[in-house]
Design a protein around this ligand. Structure first.
Ligand code: GN1
Ligand code: MG
Length: 357
């Protein structure tokens, strides 16, 4: 891949001084590039290729991001937000069948799960603040970049459809996992039912709140910036809260090969919830607050469904490092969802205590 050529779509006279692939994220490809823009003027940037399988309407993703970042900068000019650079032809570049974008590279640290309660609290604050900043964003201005993204009922329906078709002949080997999922389905679709009944409403959400989507200050261990705005669109606050817990408060990695090791860490849960609620409790309805803990169980089950569905389809969606990767991820999410189900009353008590305090 000729990255210098691609960078010149943004800065026609630049010279690529160095490049490094950043191996995080399951979807897009990201590179840290150092560019010489003119004599004596260098800069560090993040160059990303959007995954065309996941985002066939990439221009809509970029339109959303343009509007969201403009809103964030207008509301908080002294904050740290992503800043994208226009290409010659628009706010992105089409090259080699892919859509490329360029933004500032922010020197920082990132994590796959919370390494301490202090960082879990920062993770919570970052996404609580993000939700609060976007609480007055006109939702009708956003494209639905992935239809039915966190629609757990649809995710289950898609899984059963794949099991039926069984394109890779793998379904028979998954009877344990599939049976467990069918037992969790009813409860995991609880948020969807509340939405259909009109008890919960959609609001502008991040929709991919895992801790690796927050950058942390290298020196002070404070959250710096929320990244990965590809799925910012209307959603449920409980899914945002829950997806963050799914990553931060897992005692093991998302793809831990031994699911018997996987637990929900309630201390990390408490710290995240504390940071989150401090920032945005006032923006949430009583039922939104009450369903946050349930969101952790629902989204973790949904994520098990998504990984398993992708495994059955031959891993077309999530990037994998080895053939069983999505299977291991699914098993691990399933174990975490079961532990969350056991600990749901404890999680709910913690949220209630924090709201009363
Ligand atoms: C993907 O892009 P990344 O790695 O931040 C996925 C999320 C999943 C996550 C699982 C657009 O996020 O929905 O929760 O993997 N993003 C998309 O780790 O599907
Ligand atoms: Mg992403």
């Amino acid at each position: 891949m000729d990255l210098q050529h691609i960078c010149r779509g943004f800065f026609p006279n630049c010279r690529l001084l160095s490049q490094r692939e950043i191996p995080t994220g399951h979807i897009n490809r990201s590179y840290h590039v150092r560019l010489q823009l003119s004599e004596g003027n260098c800069g560090d940037f993040l160059l990303q290729a959007l995954n065309p399988y996941v985002f066939p309407q990439g221009e809509q993703v970029m339109e959303n991001i343009g509007r969201i970042t403009a809103h964030l900068w207008a509301k908080e000019p002294s904050g740290v937000h992503l800043r994208f650079y226009p290409a010659q032809e628009g706010n992105f570049l089409r090259q080699e069948g892919q859509l490329w974008r360029l933004c500032d590279y922010i020197p920082s640290l990132s994590y796959e799960k919370a390494p301490s309660v202090a960082l879990a609290q920062q993770h919570g604050q970052a996404f609580g603040h993000f939700l609060q900043l976007l609480s007055d964003f006109p939702a009708e201005q956003l494209h639905e970049t992935i239809p039915h993204f966190h629609d757990t009922q649809q995710r289950f329906a898609a899984l059963w459809h794949t099991v039926e078709a069984d394109p890779c002949g793998l379904a028979a080997s998954l009877s344990v996992e599939l049976k467990l999922l069918s037992q969790l389905q009813e409860e995991a679709c609880g948020l969807c039912r509340l939405l259909q009944q009109g008890a919960l409403s959609l609001r502008v959400c991040h929709n991919d709140t895992k801790i690796s989507n927050v950058l942390f200050n290298r020196d002070s261990a404070e959250a710096l910036c929320v990244i990965d705005l590809d799925t910012v669109m209307p959603g449920l606050a409980a899914y945002d809260f829950g997806d963050a817990i799914r990553s931060s408060a897992n005692t093991r990695a998302e793809d831990c090969p031994d699911p018997s090791q996987v637990r929900l860490d309630l201390e990390i849960f408490r710290a995240f919830a504390q940071g989150y609620l401090r920032e945005c409790a006032a923006a949430l309805s009583p039922l939104e607050q009450e369903t946050l803990a349930l969101g952790a169980f629902c989204i973790t089950t949904e994520q098990a469904v998504r990984f398993l569905d992708d495994y059955l389809q031959g891993s077309l969606y999530f990037r994998i490092d080895y053939p069983e990767h999505n299977l291991y991820r699914a098993r691990c999410q399933l174990a975490l969802a079961q532990d969350m189900r056991r600990k749901l009353p404890q999680m709910q008590n913690i949220v209630a205590e924090l709201i009363e305090a």
